[in-house]
Structure formats: C-alpha cells, structure tokens
Design a protein around this ligand. Structure first.
Ligand SMILES: Nc1nc2c(c(=O)[nH]1)N[C@H]1C(S)=C(S)[C@@H](COP(=O)(O)OP(=O)(O)OC[C@H]3O[C@@H](n4cnc5c(=O)[nH]c(N)nc54)[C@H](O)[C@@H]3O)O[C@H]1N2
Ligand SMILES: Nc1nc2c(c(=O)[nH]1)N[C@H]1C(S)=C(S)[C@@H](COP(=O)(O)OP(=O)(O)OC[C@H]3O[C@@H](n4cnc5c(=O)[nH]c(N)nc54)[C@H](O)[C@@H]3O)O[C@H]1N2
Ligand SMILES: [Mo]
Length: 688
C-alpha cells in the first residue's frame, strides 16, 4: 500500500466511560482525516458521542502541547519555554534524585487516574517506575470502589450482567445514573425495552436529562437512597410481595432484616427522603410485581459519606423479590471484573515491586497532602499524568495552594495546558490515542479493544510509557522490565488461556479490533443462588461486618456535613451533567466549551425567591471552603433545598477562577476509599 493511499486503522476510545467505543481512523499521507465509530461493533454500533466525535480536534487542535516546556515565570502564570526532551528529562531525573537522597522516596507522589484508561498508558511503566523509586503510594479510589464494596457486602461481588440483557427487562430503575449523558450507548437498548413495554424509572434528586426522558422520576433528597431502599423493602414485606421461596433458599438474615425494616415505615422514610408515602409505596409495589425487574447503578450514589451503605441497601432489593430468577432481572452495575479476571494484569503492573510499608495518600485528599505542614516527609515532588486534579479533586483551593508552593517540584504529562499543568515546573507532551498502542478495557460492557497507533506522534509528544522508560534510564534503573515495549506488554497480558478470552489472541484483536469476553447470553448469575459470599447466599445480614464491629444490616445514617447546616442550608450536587465534557477533559476545547455555553447553578424557585435571585442573575455559591460565581438557572430541575452545578469546568475558564470542586469536601466515604464530595452544603446569594 502506497503512503499516499487512504487506509483505515482500528482502535478504541480511551476515555473513562462505561461505553468504550470501538473506532476506525482513516489515515491519508500520515494524517488522520476521519474518525468514526466501528459500525460492526455490536454494542456501540458505530456511534460515538458529542465529545469524541471531534477527537481529531484533540489531536491536531491549537491547544495541543507539542514540546516539553519549562517554567520561566511564577507558578500558575503560564510562562514557559520549550526545551528538548534531553534537557527536560536530565533535569527532572536530577531533581528527583536529589529529593529522594535528601528526603526519601516518599517525598515523591505520583498522581494519576483514568484520563486514558487503556491498560498500557495508564498502569504499566508508571507503576514500575514509582514502585522502584519507593514513592508514596497513591490510593486511586475516587471512582467506583465505594459502590463496588457496598454491593460486595451484600452479594459477594459487584460483577454485572452483560448490559445487553437490559432489553429483556420490563421494569428498569436507573438509580442515581444519568444514562443519556454518561452511558449513551445503553440508551438505545433501554428504548428497545421500552418499546417492548418496559417502564423506566429514574431515582435522582436532580431532574437530569435522563430523568426528563423517563416514565417516572423519583426525586429523593440527596444521600437518602439507603432509607428509600429500606422503605421499599418494608412495604414489600408488609404486603407479602417478597419472594419467600427465593429468600429461604438463597439469602441469609431475612429475620434480622425484617426487624430492621420496623425502623423504616414509609412515614419515616417519607420524612427522610422528602418523598410522599404514596410514591414510596407505589414504587415498591411496581418494582416487586413487574418482571423482569432490573436496577441499574453506576456512581451517582457513591460520592457520599455513607455511599457504600447506599449500594449495600439497594443491592438487597433484587434478592428480596427474586428478581435474579429472570433474564434481564437483578442488578446491573459494572463489568470491570471481566478484563481483570481474564488478563494477566500482574505481568503489566508488577504489583510485587510495590513496598506496602510505604505510606499511601488517597487521591481524593491531594489538597490536604500538599498543604499539611505535619506531613513527614512533606511531598516535595509531584508527577501528574492522566489526571487533572486542579479541576477534579475536591477542596480545590487547597489543591491550587499546594500546586503554587515554591518548594514543590511538579511535572505534568498532558495533551493540553490544564490548570494543573499551568502550575508545573515541567510540562511534558503526551501522545493521544491515535499515536500509541493500547489495550482498552471496559467497565460498562463486555468487549476488549486493541488500539493500534494510526499516526506518528504529533510534535515531540511521547507515550506515557516511553516517558517513564526514559526517566527510569536516567535515574539509573536498569532492570529489564523497563525495556519492554508497549506491544510486548500487550502480548504478555494476553498470554493466558483464560476461558473468558475464548481462545482469542493478539492477532485476532489486531485483525478485528475487539473481542467479546465469553459471557453467556441470557446470563442469570444468581437465578439459583450461588452468590460468591462466604455463606454462598445474598447477605441481608453480614457476619463479616458484624465481626468488624460494623452494622451487620443495611441502614441509613445522616451525613456529618448536615450538622453544619447552620449558615449553609442548601445541598450541592456537582455531577457529570455536561454532555460535551468527560470529567474535565474537552473543557479545554473551545468548541466543546461553546457547546456547553457556561456553567449554571440550578436552583428551585422556592429557594431563589427569598434570596431575590432571578433567572439568569449572577450569584455567589459559597461555604467555608470556597466560592464560585456563576449565573443562576431558576427552575424545577432541582427540588427545593438542592442546588446543582456541572462538574468539569476548569478554574481558568471560570469567572471566579474556581469551579465546583472549590465547594466540595474531601472526607472519605464509609467503604472503598471514595470521596464524599456530594455531601456538600452551600449558601447562595445574589451577586448583582
Ligand atoms: N458526558 C459525560 N459522560 C461521562 C462522564 C462525564 O464526565 N461526562 N464521566 C464518566 C465517568 S468517570 C463516570 S464514573 C460515569 C458516571 O456515570 P453516572 O453515575 O451516571 O454519573 P454521575 O453524574 O456521577 O451521577 C449520576 C447521577 O447521580 C445523581 N446523584 C447525586 N447524588 C445522588 C444521590 O444521593 N442519590 C441518587 N439516587 N442520585 C444521586 C446526580 O444528580 C447524577 O445525575 O460517567 C462517565 N461518562
Ligand atoms: N465534583 C465532582 N468531582 C468529581 C466527580 C464528580 O462527579 N463531581 N467525578 C469523579 C470521578 S467519577 C472521576 S472518574 C474523576 C476523574 O478524574 P480524572 O481522571 O483526573 O479526569 P479527567 O478530567 O478525565 O482528567 C484526565 C486528564 O488526563 C489527560 N489525558 C488523557 N489521555 C492522556 C494520556 O494518554 N496521557 C497523559 N499524560 N494524559 C492524558 C486529559 O487531557 C485530562 O486532562 O473525577 C472525580 N471528581
Ligand atoms: Mo468516574
């Protein structure tokens, strides 16, 4: 094939999203000219999304970082000069070595998340590098683990059905998930179920786009889901709508649960959740009597002090009504178990290199870690990649104060000049998905995708892996595991004979782009019990929790933040309502920002009226942690007592130089290490 002929390269979207679309890149004369969804991919069916339809703007747009940059002005000023890779990496290695020599490896903190979630560019050479260095360990639990642990305490696993099974459901509860915005490719399947007679219910304090499109929007007060689930269970048992046979054979602790349910009569649950008794009863009856009944969760309930418990309580419902008996019934959470079970991730991450006696910092609490004067040794060097903590981490003012420290040496690997990168001493240009190899897993569907490089790196960009390889060499780390190529690492991961791979090889992936894990169609994992708990049953009562001195039964507890209600009477939700952003990604692109217009504070007329806030008026949203200035949108998207801001806007693009996370708290959730940032109270005043 001649260089000048157009050819197509198979790949997959790298984003932290449940859909993981397979894509096809058209390349002409070494330039990517077109990028479309792979129409043959059975789950994503050729559609991309409002964000990734313009991925080529990410690759070739004027905002793209093209060479290593060294800071020349005060931190955050944005003054940088281009330098060569050799200059940058020599100096970075020398400075890291000096810090390690003076203060130990723990003075270095890596900070990364799933800016790209491909295995190779997100958890390979970097993991080896920081383990070899003996750096402070980062607990990467900002998303997903709190909910998963909550479900685990009930079911023994948070493994999911295949999302395709939703077409068989006739009662679908989207419980704290905004499918149309965050999980777009599931929506056509939900519509298919609807066409076959399914009722779609959304449980969300906010009238999200998905809630607007549903048959029934149940809007409890934020953080009250456990009470709602317990109230539904109380109604179901009172009216004899539970599946006594399923409960008897496949669950433990029903009697204790019934005792607990006495604490949750619908009247009390109505007071806690702010719902009418009648609506709680109607929801319970409809859920218990329509089959197949499916509850769909992602992370909406998670970012709360008692987020784990909310998932534990909701996960009790399917067993109570025997929903697991049906194809398309039960709980549909995440599919992350498939790739991690099937593939040799140890060969990639090399967890044996990690020294578990070294301290750990939770990524939710970066602001604290960077500003805590008692931390010994203090964090003296921060290396950020695949993440943008200046926008995505709570306590934004502390994060920014930390990044401004003159005695902090910061290196950021990025595509674009984020607020985090703007504060760095060195900014290193990373390749995009068109320019590197990767093996992309999904936490929302059952396919594994191979991403092949379509074009040469743009500018001087290098893959994350190569940057860590070169740094390792300069630090004198000469272990052979720093020599492996990206392709070799992919092959090593696949070099397993796991039944989930169904015999698929690297070459199969190369030819087709993706494979489906061998999950049976019409899968009913717990139709006849077989829960992977210690008891082998669904655990309404958990012996394990009892032994740890925790409440062995599902329960609801008010968050501590509520005790501070004095002065800050409104609950703030800052979730992923922006269709054109992926967390903070794409908020750096003008096109995507223009499509979102500007961040608006949703506030109910009952709350706006007494504050003299008119629709479109400028307001100050504030609490003891910070302040954000935005325009108000007065209406019924939120219920009284609740306000909402979109998450993802960068401080740099905000009137107050702060965005939603300036208001959010950084305490941790009950289980799993997630952050309770949605348990945040604020006051709003007019700023005209
Ligand atoms: N367009 C777009 N898509 C995305 C993302 C993005 O930023 N933009 N992010 C991706 C990522 S990283 C993830 S984890 C997924 C997340 O996918 P989702 O879990 O669907 O998204 P969230 O916006 O975190 O939360 C969903 C809903 O939970 C609601 N919620 C908040 N508190 C509560 C509560 O106490 N109870 C209940 N019942 N609901 C509550 C919020 O109002 C929100 O509408 O989306 C992914 N997809
Ligand atoms: N208030 C509030 N805060 C939240 C949430 C919320 O709902 N509300 N959601 C939370 C959740 S669920 C999540 S998952 C986190 C997300 O937190 P992050 O994973 O930090 O989110 P992103 O904004 O996607 O940041 C990823 C960065 O990685 C960069 N990047 C992408 N690909 C590459 C690459 O190949 N190499 C390098 N070096 N960089 C790359 C992107 O340009 C981007 O700047 O945020 C959390 N924070
Ligand atoms: Mo997430």
């Amino acid at each position: 094939m001649g260089e000048d002929m157009a050819h197509i390269v198979r790949g997959g979207c790298p984003h932290d999203c449940p859909d993981t679309c397979a894509w096809l890149v058209t390349v002409e004369d070494g330039v990517a000219t077109k990028l479309v969804g792979d129409p043959e991919h059975p789950y994503t069916r050729g559609g991309l999304c409002a964000k990734v339809n313009r991925y080529l703007d990410r690759v070739y747009g004027p905002q793209r970082l093209l060479s290593p940059l060294r800071r020349t002005g005060p931190k955050g000023s944005g003054a940088f000069e281009p330098v060569s890779w050799d200059e940058a990496l020599d100096d970075i290695a020398a400075r890291l070595q000096r810090i390690v020599a003076e203060s130990g490896g723990e003075a270095v903190l890596p900070y990364s998340y799933m800016g790209t979630q491909g295995f190779i560019q997100s958890r390979s050479m970097d993991r080896r590098f920081f383990a070899r260095l003996g750096a402070t360990r980062l607990e990467r639990a900002i998303c997903g683990s709190t909910g998963s642990v909550g479900i685990y305490h009930t079911l023994g696993s948070s493994d999911a059905l295949a999302p395709e099974e939703i077409v068989h459901s006739r009662f679908i509860v989207l419980w704290g998930t905004n499918t149309i915005v965050t999980n777009l490719h599931l929506w056509p399947l939900i519509r298919e179920a609807k066409a076959n007679g399914a009722t779609v219910v959304v449980v969300d304090p906010v009238r999200s786009r998905t809630a607007q499109a549903a048959d029934w929007h149940v809007a409890p007060l934020p953080g009250t889901d456990a009470a709602l689930a317990l109230g539904m269970m109380a109604v179901i048992v009172r009216e004899g709508l539970h599946d006594a046979e399923y409960i008897e054979r496949y669950t433990v602790g029903f009697e204790q649960l019934v005792e607990r349910l006495a604490d949750y009569p619908p009247e009390r649950v109505a007071a806690i959740t702010g719902l009418e008794v009648e609506e709680i009863e109607r929801l319970a009856r409809a859920y218990a009597t329509t089959r197949p009944a499916l509850i769909r969760t992602l992370v909406g309930m998670e970012h709360r002090e008692h987020g784990g418990m909310a998932y534990r309580a909701v996960a009790c419902l399917p067993a109570l009504v025997g929903a697991w008996r049906d194809v398309g019934g039960g709980l549909l959470h995440m599919t992350a178990n498939l790739p991690f079970e099937a593939l040799n991730t140890d060969a990639l991450e090399m967890p044996h290199l990690e020294d578990h006696s070294l301290r750990e910092v939770n990524m939710v609490q970066l602001g604290r870690a960077l500003t805590d004067p008692t931390l010994d040794p203090p964090i003296r060097a921060l290396v950020v990649y695949n993440s943008n903590p200046a926008t995505i981490a709570p306590e934004q003012n502390k994060v920014l104060a930390g990044l401004r420290r003159d005695d902090l040496f910061t290196v950021v690997l990025e595509h674009v000049m984020t607020d985090t990168a703007r504060h760095a001493d060195y900014v290193l240009p990373a390749t995009t998905q068109l320019e590197h190899w990767d093996l992309v897993w999904s936490w929302g569907q059952t396919y594994l995708t191979l991403n092949q490089p379509a074009i040469a790196p743009v500018g001087d960009a290098l893959p994350n892996t190569e940057i860590f390889r070169r740094l390792a060499a300069r630090m004198g780390f000469d272990e052979p595991y720093f020599q492996e190529t990206d392709e070799q690492m992919i092959r090593a991961m696949l070099d397993v004979a796991h039944p989930l791979l169904g015999g698929a090889t690297f070459d199969d992936l190369k030819e087709r782009g993706w494979i489906r894990f061998a999950v049976p169609q019409g899968y009913r994992p717990y139709a006849e019990g077989g829960f992977p708990t210690r008891s082998g049953k669904c655990e309404f009562y958990s012996e394990r929790l009892a032994k740890r001195g925790e409440d062995p039964l599902p329960n609801w507890t008010a968050p501590r933040e509520q005790a501070m209600r004095d002065g800050y009477p409104l609950s703030l939700i800052a979730a992923k309502s922006a269709l054109h952003f992926l967390n903070s990604s794409y908020a750096g692109l003008e096109h995507h920002r223009n499509a979102e217009r500007e961040p608006l504070l949703d506030i109910h007329p009952f709350d706006a009226g007494p504050r003299d806030i008119a629709d479109g008026a400028m307001v100050r949203v504030f609490n003891a942690r910070g302040e954000v200035q935005v325009k108000a949108r007065v209406g019924e998207r939120v219920r009284p007592g609740v306000v909402a801001l979109p998450f993802g806007w960068w401080p740099a693009h905000s009137r107050s130089s702060t965005s939603a996370n300036a208001l959010n708290q950084d305490t941790l959730s009950d289980w799993g290490g997630g952050g309770a940032f949605h348990d945040t109270l604020v006051e709003v005043t007019s700023d005209q």
